[in-house]
Write a protein that binds this ligand. Structure first.
Ligand code: TYM
Length: 343
């Protein structure tokens, strides 16, 4: 039996949302609502794998929910909720902790980057992070996961965990009358011109929530002046823009700004370069700033309006959690039987 198409994705409330989160994820979530059932999560349990001040965690959780809605996600149609309200995420993650291997986790580049030389001293949760992420996705038997490029390795691991579970428990899965492919092999959706938005100050560094230089990052709550100033001061090179995409090779800053322009205008890179090829950044940057302000400023205003009434956001999250729980409870009941837990 084929799986019903279903989208799942999540964002971690561990810092202020930025343009990378928007172009790599949130903006791409919106049109998927027209194509399949969508579940969009605020993954607060992932956030606490490193220390989070509780007040910040709450504020960022509200901010992500507000960004989802401000970008055009419809909480009636899509399920929007925060992970910790659906206990089955933790429950399935535990089962996956017992399916996945230590070596699989130790190979994750994000773990290695975050742990650095300090791997003995990071939380156990940070090590098991990808197992919880697999649980997020597979609890809903999601078939499609739209993310930025940095999540690719985690999604490959999700497929490995699904395959190993299906294989380890094959006999029990068959005895329960389920299809042999109990968990689907999830399709990562990593596409478009901005799957990896880079820092505005250093084209070799990913734009990230943990960046310390404010000028490197466009935050979704930035106002029009801040957006324009950051783009004006973005690092570039002295060459004019090329007239086709291959001319951007070896020019990381130029490539980043053109990718941002393309993603914000829903055009492809060659199309943008047909218009701006031959021009210097003196002409391109003001056009980019104008476009970024036009797209982002109204959303920032809507986010500010929404976060001013956290009670309303909480109601959206509670309602979403209730609907998520219905699906999650069904999968988890099946998993309990498959594993051999008495209930
Ligand atoms: P997080 O919170 O780091 O990022 C949220 C989303 O934004 C994308 N992203 C970027 N895209 C382009 N350029 C960038 N510079 C950039 N920075 C971040 C990320 O790829 C992601 O899509 N582990 C995940 C959260 C998660 C999840 C899941 C995602 C938990 N469970 C299940 C999908 C499915 C994370 O930390 O994303």
């Amino acid at each position: 039996m084929a799986f019903t198409n279903r989208v799942f994705s999540g964002i971690k409330p561990s810092g202020d949302l930025h343009l990378g989160n928007y172009l790599g994820a949130i903006r791409r979530f919106v049109p998927l609502q027209e194509q399949m059932a969508c579940i969009y999560c605020v993954v607060d349990m992932h956030a606490i794998t490193v220390w989070q001040d509780p007040a910040d965690l709450r504020r960022w959780t509200h901010e992500i929910a507000a960004a989802y809605i401000a970008a055009g996600l419809d909480p009636e149609r899509s399920i929007i909720f925060n992970q910790s309200q659906v206990a089955q995420h933790a429950e399935l993650a535990w089962v996956f902790n017992c399916v996945a291997r230590m070596g699989w986790m130790a190979r994750m580049t994000q773990f290695k980057d975050k742990a650095g030389k300090n791997s003995e001293n990071v939380s156990l949760g940070l090590f098991a992070y990808p197992s919880l992420m697999a649980a997020d996705i597979l609890l809903y038997k999601a078939t499609h996961v739209p993310v930025g490029e940095d999540q690719k390795q985690h999604l490959e691991l999700t497929r490995d965990i699904a395959a190993k579970f299906n294989n380890d428990f094959a006999t029990s899965i068959a005895a329960g009358g389920h299809d042999a492919e109990f968990f689907p092999s999830t399709e990562p959706m990593i596409a478009g011109p901005a799957t990896r938005v880079m820092s505005l100050r250093d084209g070799s560094k990913k734009m990230s929530k943990s960046e310390i230089s404010d000028m490197a990052t466009i935050y979704l709550m930035d106002d029009a002046d801040e957006i324009a100033k950051k783009i004006r001061k973005a690092k570039t090179d002295p060459e004019p823009l090329p007239s086709e995409a291959k001319g951007l090779q070896g020019r990381p800053e130029a490539s980043n700004l053109v990718g941002i322009y393309a993603a914000l205008s829903d055009r492809d890179i060659d199309d943008v370069l047909r218009e701006y090829g031959g021009q210097g950044f003196g002409g391109f940057k003001p056009a980019l700033a104008e476009l970024a302000v036009e797209v982002l400023a109204p959303q920032a205003a809507e986010m500010r309006r929404l976060v001013a009434d956290p009670g309303q956001i909480d109601a959206v999250l509670r309602n979403g959690a209730e609907r998520a729980r219905e699906i999650a409870a069904k999968t988890m009941a099946e998993v309990r039987d498959i594993v051999g837990f008495v209930r």
